[in-house]
Write a protein that binds this ligand. Structure first.
Ligand code: RB5
Length: 152
């Protein structure tokens, strides 16, 4: 699976750690930055390109990390076709994919530690959308908003 990862300074250390661990599982990782720790950088500069790559299906799933995960989540959900969620527990990491077909997980690098983040990331990447009719119906009601927002 090809996945994208992005962060600002608040998520930099966690991103580096998740990259190292993901490589050991042979994931194909595209890093959208930040490429170095910069206390003055801005999460949209990295999270938005990641979201666009998810939307364009250049990567299958994304991991967006800022200090709390909140800014990353707000920014990435502005992009059509992205379904991102701020998740800090394992139940939501799989149910968010199974029921809601999320394609981006957002994490707070200042909120959770490496071990829990790693369990959450592995759970997210290992989960699949159930495809159940009721979930498709609900997602279709959300998807129409993409088109309303973009005027199409
Ligand atoms: C940056 O200091 C911090 O505000 C950012 O990483 C994030 O937590 C925003 O939601």
């Amino acid at each position: 699976m090809r996945i994208g990862i992005a962060c600002d300074h608040g998520g930099f250390n966690l991103k580096q750690e998740m990259k190292i661990r993901l490589k050991t599982l042979n994931f194909d990782i595209i890093d959208f930055g930040a490429s170095a720790m910069d206390d003055d950088d801005d999460y949209p500069d990295y999270v938005v390109p990641l979201g666009k790559a998810v939307s364009a299906k250049e990567v299958e799933r994304g991991i967006a990390i800022c200090g709390s995960g909140v800014g990353a989540s707000v920014a990435v959900n502005k992009i059509e076709g992205v379904r991102g969620a701020l998740i800090h527990d394992c139940f939501s990491a799989h149910q968010g994919v199974e029921d809601d077909n999320i394609n981006v997980i957002c994490l707070g690098g200042r909120v959770i530690g490496n071990e829990l983040a790693w369990e959450i990331v592995r759970t997210f990447l290992g989960a699949s959308f159930s495809g159940a009719e009721r979930h498709r119906r609900r997602l279709a009601k959300v998807a129409v908003l993409d088109h309303k927002e973009s005027g199409r």
